[in-house]
Design a protein. Structure first.
Length: 119
């Protein structure tokens, strides 16, 4: 038996999106010394809105990564900034922790409702 709510489903998509962001950020960090590499990213809020307003089929597709504009490229063409990526990683880790805490709270509420009905 699956017990889900609209909020738990949305939080699951939120956690998936933060995971996608972490993968992109760590990929950028891993390519700091790759000549010509361009930092990748996506607009988190825009992607979350897309996921919340989309059908179940399109939710399976990860966020569409694009080159990050406005970064200064080094002479080798690489524009990854370790400072920027470190800040992005810290932000994404906080977003992920928030999502986990909200999901735990939602499941606690669901379990409380189930226990109340059993009595």
């Amino acid at each position: 038996m699956q017990v889900t709510t609209a909020l738990s489903d949305a939080l699951g998509r939120y956690l998936d999106l933060t995971s996608d962001q972490m993968k992109l950020t760590t990929g950028n960090m891993a390519n700091i010394d790759t000549p010509g590499y361009k930092a990748q990213g996506f607009d988190f809020e825009q992607e979350m809105t897309r996921l919340l307003n989309s059908s179940a089929d399109s939710r399976q597709h990860p966020a569409q990564a694009v080159n990050v504009d406005g970064l200064v490229a080094r002479p080798d063409g690489n524009n990854v900034s370790m400072d920027r990526e470190g800040i992005q990683l810290a932000k994404t880790q906080l977003q992920f922790r928030l999502g986990v805490e909200l999901l735990k709270h939602e499941f606690t509420n669901v379990m409380s409702a189930i226990r109340a009905e059993v009595k």
